[in-house]
Design a protein around this ligand. Sequence first.
Ligand code: PLP
Length: 446
Amino acid sequence: MDISPAHNQSLEDLARENVLHPFTSPKGLLETGPTVMLEGKGARLTDAKGKVYLDGLAGLWCVNAGYGRIEIAEAIFEQAKKLPYYHQFSAMGTEPGIYTADKVKRLAPGRMARVLFGCSGSDANDTQVKIAWYYNNLKGRPQKKKILARNRAYHGVTVAAGSLTGLAYVHDAFDLPVLPVIRLTCPHYYHEQQPGESEDAFCDRLVEELKTTIEREGAETIAAFIAEPVMGAGGVVFPPKGYFEKVSKVLKDNDILFIADEVICGFGRLGTPFGADYFGFEPDMISVAKGITSGYQPLSAVLVGEEVWETIRDASAHLGVFGHGYTYTAHPIACAAANANLDIMEREKLFDNAAETGAYLQEKLRQRFAGDPHVGEIRGAGMIAAVELSADPATRKTFDPSKGVGKAVAAEAMSRGLIVRPMMNDALAMSPPLIITRADVDEMVD
Ligand code: PLP
């Protein structure tokens, strides 16, 4: 057997012949080939052709501490030498997983009681659905199964998480959703407002929709509501003021669990530890991934609040084991990376930089693009933003989606050395590493 690299072929050709790329046109890739990144340092990447980019998206919203962190690399190396793997099944454990659980719980909002690790945001949200069902079954309410989720939400792509996601391209031709998901309106005032409706009135309408949906379906059939504090992949959508406060109250009144999908917002993206801190609400359960390791290792976690934890703990008297978890739950190398990453965030006060330099980013984007005849909305806070292009800002008219205007602008930005991500409605998303400086922001906006 010979599996040594075919040196007579370029990286691009090897990729074209062998790789099925996520969220990429398979046929398109055959023509263009991928851009292959070789190195990263700080907020900058270098591709295989030597071109340097300012990474305005922190990989996929995840490299919060920036590239080239030797401290994280060394923690990974040391752990790999000492103990590369052991599991957490049947009351076993390793040092890094225990420390990470403690650190994450102390950072988290609300009253979180226990942490269960996974490998991706998608598996975290699958776990959330199972725990919401488990909890209600244990409480003698097996009919409480439906999940409330919002249009344009992104919760991942596995069978359960993909069902929660409210974007057609994740469902189309995959036979999703398969879960009993009840969809709610996307809380994007810019696109969803009715003529003459104020932002407050829009918020009240969304809350009313939630109430009438619960009445129609029956609170006794609904297990949970899941929401990203700021929707990421759906287009960087901030809800109207007061939304989460009002939604939380309705959920509490109806005994419906609130799952906060903090996969993007968690670990400083908004200049606060979590999105729930930014908006001031207390979820019952939280999903995290991405920023927990700044992408240096795959790791996710589900945090369960006290009420859910106590029910799970008490039921074990008759159920025995909690029958869920992965081979790689609390993988020691991933958790070692998380611990080193969280130490950096604390020591370098990266959440504060996200707030301060983030405020500068927001201001610069508005200075530069407000009133531009092709810009409809500029939105964001901290280190997450979107500039949405528009065919006619006065009427909020979008471009014909088949024209791919956002994609073309993002491709042009990339050719000039800036990575931004084109999203639906031709919004250009930005979510840079939390370490960026004012000079980086100036370069990005220019
Ligand atoms: N939840 C949110 C809010 C996300 O943004 C993502 C990924 O972008 C996921 C879940 C899924 O995470 P993963 O791609 O690690 O499965």
